[in-house]
Write a protein that binds this ligand. Structure first.
Ligand code: ADP
Ligand code: MG
Length: 299
């Protein structure tokens, strides 16, 4: 039998991740293009290996049109590597798009920012309101009975929403959330984990202060991404980690350009609310947005 790797022709490397590379592939039989995340686990400690297992379990369960599709994974013991096969996003990630707009001195069209908002909220809705994840054995792809059961109450918090992890397809029409490398599955309300290693620019105040956090930490980060799409700069910037921390805790952001609608600006401001209790949930935002779209349709 042909191995998974033999089925594909390796094309160019399109990204560099924290533990390896992301490579484009072409299927020899169908010509289909996909990507392979090649992860070397030798440099990983136990915690990081467990996080990788968690990423795979989450990916396998999160079947959603706005989440980068996972196909399969393979363990290559002789190379101490795990290969994850995934859907290819031909429009790249939002970080690349922001860089392009900045170097062309152009602003991002408002309609595209709405698309990022709505489609990322659809993806987060899938994550925040319960998945039914099954057990997976990292090294064989089969069920492992020694792992704890995960029930349908399981909630996924992405924890690393940032421009590099939001992908684009279909010439900007489709937005997909990817890179669940830091995502956390939570089975009960009081189990909210306290360890976090995400990018500080987009990190919510409660995560930063090591307080218990909930799914709305993703809403904060999404607000920061949307802010950056409007201004081409992240809302909180500083030379040192300490001064970045104090800016995030204070939560005051520069004014958004008036060229964007007051509706869009007010949603972005509401996402960047310091108190997580006062910050809107994914559900509340989608509800508010459906009212907007209904009004638009009725006009
Ligand atoms: P890491 O966890 O190491 O950050 P990512 O999954 O974010 O790994 O991948 C790193 C980079 O590789 C991304 O920022 C992006 O540029 C590229 N990339 C990853 N997955 C895809 C994909 N499915 N389609 C297109 N580009 C991708
Ligand atoms: Mg990434």
């Amino acid at each position: 039998m042909k191995s998974v790797a033999e089925e594909y022709e390796a094309l160019e490397v399109i990204g560099k991740g924290s533990y390896g590379i992301v490579r484009k592939l072409r299927s020899k039989s169908t010509g289909e293009i996909l990507v392979r995340k090649e992860i070397e686990y030798t440099s990983m400690n136990t915690l990081e290996r467990n996080q990788l297992i968690s990423e795979l379990r989450i990916l396998r369960e999160l079947n959603h049109p706005n989440i980068v599709k996972y196909y399969s994974h393979e363990h290559i013991p002789e190379r101490k590597s795990i290969h994850i096969y995934m859907e290819y996003c031909d429009g790249g990630d939002l970080a690349q798009i922001i860089t392009n707009f900045r170097s062309n001195k152009e602003s991002v069209p408002e309609e595209f920012i709405w698309q990022v908002l709505v489609q990322t909220l659809f993806a987060l809705h899938r994550c925040h309101y319960g998945i039914d994840a099954q057990k997976v054995d990292l090294f064989s792809g089969t069920t492992n009975d020694s792992e704890p059961d995960i029930n349908s109450e399981t909630v996924v918090i992405h924890r690393d929403i940032k421009p590099d992890n939001i992908f684009i397809l279909n010439s900007g029409k489709t937005v997909k959330l990817g890179d669940f490398g830091l995502a956390k599955m939570i089975t009960s309300q009081n189990d909210f984990a306290k360890t976090y290693v995400g990018t500080p620019y987009y990190m919510s105040p409660e995560v930063l202060m090591d307080q218990p956090y909930s799914p709305v930490c993703d809403i904060w980060s999404l607000g920061c991404v949307l802010f950056e799409l409007c201004t081409l700069r992240p809302p909180f910037q500083a030379k040192t980690h300490l001064s970045l921390q104090s800016k995030i805790k204070e939560g005051s952001i520069p004014a958004l350009p008036e060229s964007y609608s007051s509706q869009l600006r007010s949603i972005i401001r509401s996402c960047i609310t310091v108190d997580p209790e006062l910050r809107p949930s994914c559900y509340e935002l989608l509800e508010a947005l459906s009212v907007r779209f209904l009004r638009k349709e009725m006009e």
